[in-house]
Design a binder for this molecule. Structure first.
Ligand code: UDP
Ligand code: MG
Length: 325
């Protein structure tokens, strides 16, 4: 086997509509660079014909490899599988929906030659809904304040990593993976350039509002215990103010005798404190949940087949092989 210089890792979930067009464009962008490349597709348990398409691509081109999951495990797991599969000195992570333009890859390789371990292509927010833009920006502001690692708005998973950066990522054992944070955590020299946002070529986005919200919460919690610390601070301040208030009431009773009790004040205090307590419990619960999750040490994904083990050959594959003889 020839040594591979560039590995391109592509997580795919129900991308049968675009995968062929994507593949053609990617190969078209890579070939002129003269680099020895491989493309590692990861089928994240697609329910459409994505797996069959990947099987065909792999059968037709030895530079194509793929791994297919037994069910949908999420993009983070798919990226991890792709990184583990990759053999190149340089790994490029990109989406299959042509939102990460393949023609930018040669530029990333060029920047890597200048000595950068991470080359990040950052998209602007052209053509995105105003609400989503506003919400994402607010989220990134929040993350910048509360997270120990730096996460940049629009700098997603379209990036090039050197082999040592990939090895550093693979050495991180956590099962709750938040790549945006991990990329920043490993460090190394990083360079960022901006490109104009493009809309998905076909198919639909897998990130609805709820999934995005959960992803956001994961991001906030997976990097530090600052939310816990915040809960403790809030609790402490509330306790101090409650103490001051109690002292004030006692002083009043001592000086003026018993008054009509402040029913409204009491209810407000109970409800307010109850709310804070619930929120704090929720935060603690999240961390405990995470510990439980990590303690199980489950694998990140289950593999159904790879290009090497594809014995359960899909019908189309057989037909393809026969017709190409
Ligand atoms: N993806 C995946 N598993 C999932 C969801 C998405 O592998 O559970 C892949 C998807 O096929 C695509 C990339 O991750 O290649 C980005 O997904 P999508 O385009 O839906 O996200 P968006 O661009 O809307 O943020
Ligand atoms: Mg997309």
């Amino acid at each position: 086997m020839t040594t591979v210089h560039t590995s391109v890792v592509v997580p795919c979930f129900n991308e049968s509509e675009v995968i062929e067009a994507f593949h053609k464009e990617l190969v078209g962008a890579l070939e002129p660079t003269g680099t020895a490349f491989e493309i590692c597709y990861v089928d994240d348990g697609s329910s459409d014909r994505t797996r069959a398409h990947l099987g065909q691509l792999a059968a037709a081109d030895p530079r194509v490899r793929y791994t297919s999951f037994s069910r949908n495990f999420g993009k983070e797991s798919a990226m991890l599988a792709g990184l583990r599969m990759s053999a190149g000195d340089v790994v490029v992570l990109m989406d299959a929906d042509l939102q990460h333009p393949p023609h930018l890859v040669p530029r990333m390789l060029e920047l890597h030659r200048h000595g950068y371990d991470q080359v990040v292509a950052q998209r602007d927010r052209t053509g995105e809904g105003a609400v989503r833009t506003a919400l994402s920006q607010a989220y990134y502001r929040l993350v910048r304040r509360f997270m120990d690692v730096e996460v940049i708005d629009g700098a997603g998973d379209f990036r090039l990593l050197s082999r040592r950066a990939v090895n550093a990522l693979l050495a991180l054992p956590e099962s709750n993976r938040f790549s945006k944070g991990l990329f920043s955590w490993i460090g190394f020299d990083t360079v960022t350039f901006t490109y104009t946002n493009v809309q998905r070529a076909a198919g639909s986005s897998k990130w609805g509002g709820r999934r995005l919200l959960n992803y956001g919460i994961d991001g906030l919690l997976s990097f530090n215990s600052r939310p816990l610390r915040m809960a403790i601070h809030t609790g402490l301040w509330l306790f101090l103010s409650a103490l001051a208030y109690a002292l004030w009431i006692i002083a009043n009773v001592v000086l003026d005798g018993v008054e009509t009790p402040g029913y409204a004040t009491l209810i407000t205090a109970i409800v307010g404190l109850g709310g804070i307590q619930l929120a704090t419990l929720g935060v603690i619960g999240e961390y405990v949940g995470r510990i439980y999750h990590e303690a199980k040490r489950r694998p990140h994904y289950v593999i159904r087949e790879t290009d090497e083990t594809a014995t359960a050959t899909p019908q189309e594959l057989v037909r393809e092989a026969v017709s190409s003889k």
